[in-house]
Design a protein around this ligand. Structure first.
Ligand code: TEU
Length: 563
C-alpha cells in the first residue's frame, strides 16, 4: 500500500562517515560529526540517511570488513553517540538506514578467529573452506574483485578459505543455517534500536554454486562471478530475512546487486516477492569500461547509457520492481567529472545530472558532496591514494606491463578515492572537515566549492537539489508516470517523458558543451501540441519556451509538466 511504501517519494542521503565530519581532531569523521550536521540535511529536505559502516573494523576496506556487528568502532565514537544520533534524527523526522555487510566478515571477527583454530571448531562452517588443489594451489581459479586469487591459505588447519574481496574479508557460508540465524539476529538488534532500514552490501553474492567450479575464462580469466552472482538460493535466503526481520519491523531495504540482471532485480524488488524494497544495479556505471573491464578506459558510450536507463526504467515498471537511482557512491568516481564537465560548466552540469536522475522512476540517492558539485581530485602521485582496491591495482597493472605513469592515469580515472575526499563544509582549513590532519587529502576546490557558500544562494547546486527533492513529494507523476524515451539516439541530448492519467512530465538534458536543438518526435508532439507546459525546474537563468523544437545551451536541462 502507498503508506507502506512511503519511501517511493523519499530521497536518501548517503553518508560515508570517515569523510563526513570530524569532531575530535583525529582526521577521521565520526558519528557526533554527523549529528552536528543534521540541520543541514533537514534543510536539504532528505528523508533517509544511509549511514555506511561504523562497526568495529580493522579498516582494511574502510569498514566493509566488520569484526563486531553489534559494536561501534571507537574511531567513529560510542553506542551512546549512535543513540544520540537516532534521537536527533527522529526529532527531525529523518529515518536512519544502516549498512549490513554479511557476504563476508573481517578475519578479525571472533567467529573467524574461532573457525581457524580447528576443522571441528563450532564456528568452522561459518566460512567456506576447501582443500588445496592437487598441485597445492587454490581450489579453483576464481579471482578476488580487488585483484589476486579469491582464496587464502590458512596454515593451522591446512585449508584455503574464500575471500571474494580483500584477503582479510572472509566469505560467510550462507548454506549454514546458523549463519543465517546470526545475520537475522544482528539485524533485529539494530531494528530494535530504531533504525528504519538497511542497505545490504553485495547481498546477491551470498549463495555460491556448491561445486565451486573452475571458471572457463569466457568473461575474463578466473572471473568466477557466474558461480556466485544471483546464486541458486539467493532469493530463498532473502525471503527468509524478510519473514524474520524486514516484514515484522516494516523496514525499508535496498540490496546492492553486483553484476546482476533486470530479471533478478524485478524478483528482488517487486513487493509481492517479499524480498527488498529496491535494488542498486551498476550497469549504467560501466559504459566507460573498455571490454567491460573497470581498469581499461574508454570515453563513455552515451547511447548505451540512455539505452540502459530505458531498459531498467521500462523493465522494472513492467515487472513491478523499484530502482534505487544514483550517479554517485563511495565506490565510484564523481559523475560530474565522469559524465559531464567539472570545469567551466560545472554548475550547469551538476544541475543537469541531478534533474536527469531525479525525473526517473525510483528512489534517488544523493551521495555526500554531490549536492554541492564536488568533483574528482586531480592527484598526481600514487602516494595520495589510499584505497586498497586502487593500491592493489596500481601494482597489478604494472605487472601486466603498463608503466607507472600509464597505471596512475587509469587509477586517477577509476579510483574509489575520487569520491572519498572529505566533505567540503566551508572555506576554512581542511574545508571545516577536521581540525586535525585529514585521513585523505581535502580537494583543493574547497575554497570555492563548499556547503556554506551555497546555503543562502537560490541559484546554487544545493538549492537545485533541495527543489528536486521537494518536487518528488509534490508531483505524483514522478512516482507513477510511465517512462517513455523521447530522443531518437541524439548524440548529445537525453530526453524522456513520464506519463500518467492526468499529466505528462518531460525532461530534456544536453550532455554536451555544444549548443544543440531538441525536436520532439511527431507522435509525441501530436499528444502535447497546443497544451501549456509549466517549467518545474531548469538550470539556466531563462528557460526556452515550450514548443516542438527547443534550443539547449551547454549542459542545459529542463523539466516541464503538462497538466
Ligand atoms: O561494493 C561491492 C562492489 O560491487 C564493489 O566492489 C564494486 O564492484 C567495485 O568497487 C567497483 O569496481 C561493496 C561496497 O560498496 C564496497 O565499498 C566494498 O569494498 C565491497 O562491497 C566489499 O564489502
Amino acid at each position: 500500500t502507498p503508506e507502506q511504501q512511503w519511501w517511493r517519494k523519499s530521497t536518501v542521503y548517503q553518508v560515508y562517515p570517515k569523510s563526513f565530519k570530524d569532531t575530535t581532531g583525529s582526521g577521521t569523521g565520526d558519528i557526533k560529526g554527523l549529528t552536528r550536521k543534521l540541520d543541514y540535511l533537514q534543510d536539504l529536505g532528505i528523508d533517509i540517511v544511509w549511514l555506511q559502516p561504523v562497526y568495529v573494523s580493522p579498516q582494511n576496506d574502510n569498514g566493509y570488513d566488520v569484526a563486531d556487528y553489534r559494536q561501534i568502532d571507537p574511531t567513529f565514537g560510542t553506542m551512546e553517540d549512535f543513540d544520540e544520533l537516532m534521537h536527533e534524527l527522529k526529532k527531525r523526522g529523518i529515518h536512519l538506514m544502516t549498512d549490513i555487510v554479511v557476504n563476508h566478515s573481517s578475519t578479525e571477527h571472533p567467529w573467524f578467529q574461532e573457525a581457524r583454530k580447528s576443522k571441528d571448531n563450532a564456528y568452522r562452517n561459518y566460512y567456506i573452506w576447501k582443500d588445496a588443489a592437487p598441485d597445492g594451489g587454490p581450489p579453483n581459479n576464481w579471482q578476488s574483485k580487488f585483484g589476486g586469487p579469491a582464496w587464502q591459505w590458512e596454515e593451522t588447519t591446512g585449508q584455503y578459505f574464500l575471500t571474494l574481496f580483500d584477503k582479510t574479508q572472509a566469505d560467510l557460508n550462507w548454506e549454514n543455517e546458523q549463519v543465517r540465524q546470526e545475520v537475522a539476529g544482528l539485524m533485529i538488534f539494530w531494528a530494535e534500536k530504531g533504525v528504519s532500514g538497511f542497505r545490504m552490501d553485495v547481498i546477491n553474492l551470498i549463495s555460491k554454486d556448491q561445486g565451486f567450479p573452475e571458471d572457463d575464462g569466457s568473461i575474463s580469466p578466473g572471473d568466477g562471478r557466474r558461480y556466485y552472482t544471483d546464486g541458486p538460493r539467493v532469493h530463498e535466503y532473502i525471503k527468509e530475512l524478510y519473514a524474520k526481520v524486514f516484514g515484522p519491523y516494516n523496514l525499508v531495504t535496498v540490496g546492492e546487486m553486483s553484476s546482476t540482471t533486470l530479471e533478478h532485480c524485478i524478483r528482488y524488488s517487486n513487493p509481492e516477492e517479499k524480498e527488498f524494497s529496491m535494488t542498486f544495479n551498476f550497469h549504467h556505471l560501466k559504459v566507460d569500461y573498455r571490454n567491460g573491464q573497470k581498469w581499461e578506459l574508454k570515453p563513455y558510450d552515451f547511447e548505451e547509457l540512455k539505452q540502459l536507463f530505458t531498459k531498467w526504467q521500462s523493465g522494472m515498471q513492467r515487472g513491478g520492481g523499484w530502482n534505487a537511482l544514483f550517479w554517485n557512491n563511495h565506490d565510484q568516481p564523481r559523475a560530474l567529472s565522469r559524465f559531464a564537465d567539472d570545469g567551466i560548466y560545472r554548475v550547469e552540469s551538476a544541475k543537469m545530472l541531478a534533474t536527469t536522475l531525479h525525473g526517473l522512476q525510483g528512489t534517488p540517492y544523493v551521495y555526500q558532496g554531490e549536492e554541492i558539485g564536488m568533483a574528482n581530485p586531480k592527484w598526481l602521485d600514487i602516494s595520495e591514494f589510499n584505497d586498497i582496491e586502487s593500491t592493489n591495482m596500481f601494482k597489478i597493472l604494472q605487472e601486466r606491463g603498463l608503466s607507472a605513469d600509464e597505471a596512475l592515469a587509469i587509477i586517477r580515472e577509476r579510483s574509489r578515492d575520487n569520491s572519498r575526499t572529505p566533505m567540503q563544509w566551508d572555506e576554512t582549513a581542511n574545508a571545516g572537515f577536521t581540525s586535525g590532519t585529514p585521513w585523505l587529502k581535502v580537494d583543493e576546490s574547497y575554497k570555492e566549492i563548499n556547503a556554506k557558500a551555497q546555503l543562502g544562494d537560490p541559484t546554487s547546486i544545493l538549492a537545485h537539489y533541495r527543489k528536486l527533492i521537494r518536487l518528488r513529494k509534490q508531483e505524483e507523476v514522478l512516482t507513477n508516470g510511465r517512462y517513455v524515451r523521447l530522443d531518437e539516439a541524439h548524440p548529445q541530448i537525453y530526453a524522456y517523458a513520464r506519463i500518467n492519467e492526468t499529466e505528462i512530465l518531460v525532461v530534456v538534458s544536453n550532455f554536451s558543451g555544444e549548443h544543440v536543438v531538441f525536436t520532439a518526435a511527431g507522435v509525441f508532439w501530436e499528444t502535447v501540441k497546443g497544451k501549456e507546459a509549466e517549467l518545474l525546474i531548469g538550470n539556466t537563468p531563462q528557460a526556452p519556451a515550450w514548443r516542438q523544437t527547443v534550443e539547449l545551451s551547454p549542459y542545459a536541462s529542463y523539466m516541464w509538466i503538462i497538466r
